[in-house]
Design a protein. Structure first.
Length: 490
């Protein structure tokens, strides 16, 4: 559908083919991040040891020597990380295991550095600088991984797994994943390996310790993948080679990862790497790349801009809060249950612009709805308070959602998060817009904000998901400023 909305220039979306270098880019990103932390730690340690006036290597040769030895330590650290597979990029490995490997690599690099200093006979090298660099960098790297682990355990970056089969291996796999939450995996259920489900009671379909959830048969795979936001399927019943091939082809078509618990796979995938989850070997046949670097940049931009905006508008927010409290009865903030990425529930914050019992009055006003299908919007909504009309006109009521951005529930740019009542009416095609973190503003808000069509709403959000880039976010943010200043909110 055309995005050329006059008078604003259209945002051009380009279809980009998927790349298969996502894991390599992710590894490079982690290596660069750790080296950056190490460099900053070395600078801080050196700065604490030497006065700022002595930082000229020509006047203070000790500084140059320290820099040289710290660069050597960075090289030892990089080699140690390779030995202990700190940046191996293996997805099915716990963050705790990575932290232990990181500490081992740090210790090994420090031993090598100490040996070089001792054998060189260099007496002017400050042991305090070396030790402080090692401690500062190790603590910072571990803290970074703990923060990432916290997001995983909180459910923000978890991957949804679908297991094909329900035999002993499948059950062991589910138990391992459930017992290791820091892996960042959630088993959504099991898939019957037969083409059709019938009334015959197979032993593998019995409920196992209350954790078994049979979601359907392999014929239902496309529907199950969409409705359950599946990121990866694991085939734990690989004796039927033809079935495995069909499942892998369908996984590629659906844009998800596929792994197989190997079982006499002679020549089927000679180059497929084998990874272990506990004692269970897994072969990776296809892997869909994730734009890790771009998503990290998006998150950093969200945090930076949200913090800056909150600091700048904090006095204004206080004035708005007082105005809302004095002009109508009820709380200052309106807390609304919303559906986020992959169907995750969260609480969305807004300044209250309606009467306190607005939700209870919604059904009685349904005949005034100006939007199509499941959307609900009234231009002159009688529930809106006088001050609320001004807040809505310039989208001031949405400023508290910057807190949602800092918490990670929302982004500055993305599809609007639906209410649970809307989400329950979504078809499978509509769920595509929930593959990303919802946003305060988005493509639909700047391109077709007053369009009543639900299909237009879904189409624009789907185009955003399929064509996302940091540059597209920047263009939407710029256009949002124009739309907000125009006062087109309702």
């Amino acid at each position: 559908m055309s995005l050329q909305i006059s008078p604003l220039p259209a945002i051009t979306l380009e279809q980009r083919p998927r790349t298969k270098s996502g894991r390599r880019n992710e590894t490079i990103l982690f290596v660069a991040g750790d080296l950056a932390i190490l460099c900053v730690s070395a600078i801080v340690a050196t700065f604490l040891r030497f006065p700022t006036t002595d930082w000229n290597p020509l006047r203070q040769p000790n500084v140059a020597k320290h820099i040289g030895f710290l660069v050597l330590y960075a090289g030892f650290f990089t080699l140690s990380c390779v030995v202990y597979e700190v940046h191996s990029g293996k997805r099915w490995r716990s963050t705790r295991f990575e932290q232990i490997a990181l500490l081992k690599a740090t210790a090994m690099a420090m031993l090598l550095e100490s040996a070089v200093i001792f054998l060189s006979g260099e007496k002017s090298i400050s042991r305090e600088v070396v030790v402080e660099t090692v401690l500062l960098s190790a603590i910072s790297m571990v803290a970074l991984r703990l923060a990432r682990e916290r997001r995983v355990t909180d459910g923000l970056d978890r991957r949804n797994i679908l297991i094909v089969g329900a035999g002993r291996v499948a059950r062991d796999l589910e138990k391992l994943i459930s017992a290791n939450r820091d892996l960042g995996l959630t088993v959504k259920g099991f898939l019957d390996r037969r083409q059709n489900a019938d009334t015959e009671f197979y032993p593998e379909r019995r409920r196992i310790e209350g954790n078994f959830s049979n979601l359907g048969t392999i014929r239902d795979l496309p529907r199950i993948v969409r409705s359950n936001f599946i990121d990866e399927i694991v085939i734990a019943a690989p004796e039927n080679r033809g079935l495995v091939k069909d499942l892998i082809v369908e996984a590629r078509r659906q844009g998800i990862d596929a792994r197989v618990v190997p079982d006499l796979y002679d020549g089927l995938a000679p180059a497929a790497p084998i990874e272990y989850l506990g004692h269970i070997p897994l072969m990776s046949f296809c892997h869909q790349s994730t734009p890790t670097a771009g998503l990290l940049m998006k998150r950093l931009i969200d945090i930076a801009l949200a913090l800056i905006l909150l600091v700048l508008v904090l006095p204004f927010l206080a004035v708005v809060a007082i105005a809302v409290k004095l002009t109508s009865a009820g709380p200052v903030l309106y807390r609304s249950a919303r559906i986020g990425k992959k169907g995750r529930n969260f609480v969305c914050y807004k300044f209250r612009t309606m009467v306190a019992n607005a939700d209870e009055l919604r059904d009685s006003l349904h005949h005034l709805n100006e939007r199509e299908e499941i959307l609900f919007k009234i231009s002159n909504d009688p529930r809106v308070t006088p001050i609320g009309r001004y807040l809505r006109k310039f989208s001031v009521d949405e400023l508290p959602q910057l807190v949602n951005v800092l918490k990670g529930d929302m982004s500055l740019v993305g599809p609007r998060p639906p209410m649970p009542s809307e989400f329950e009416q979504y078809s499978l095609d509509h769920l595509r817009r929930l593959d990303v973190v919802p946003g305060i503003t988005g493509l639909w808000q700047v391109a077709a904000r007053k369009d009543p069509s639900f299909e237009s709403y879904i189409a624009l959000d789907t185009q955003y998901v399929d064509n996302w880039s940091v540059w597209l976010d920047c263009k939407i943010l710029v256009r949002t400023i124009v739309v907000v200043l125009a006062g087109t909110g309702q």
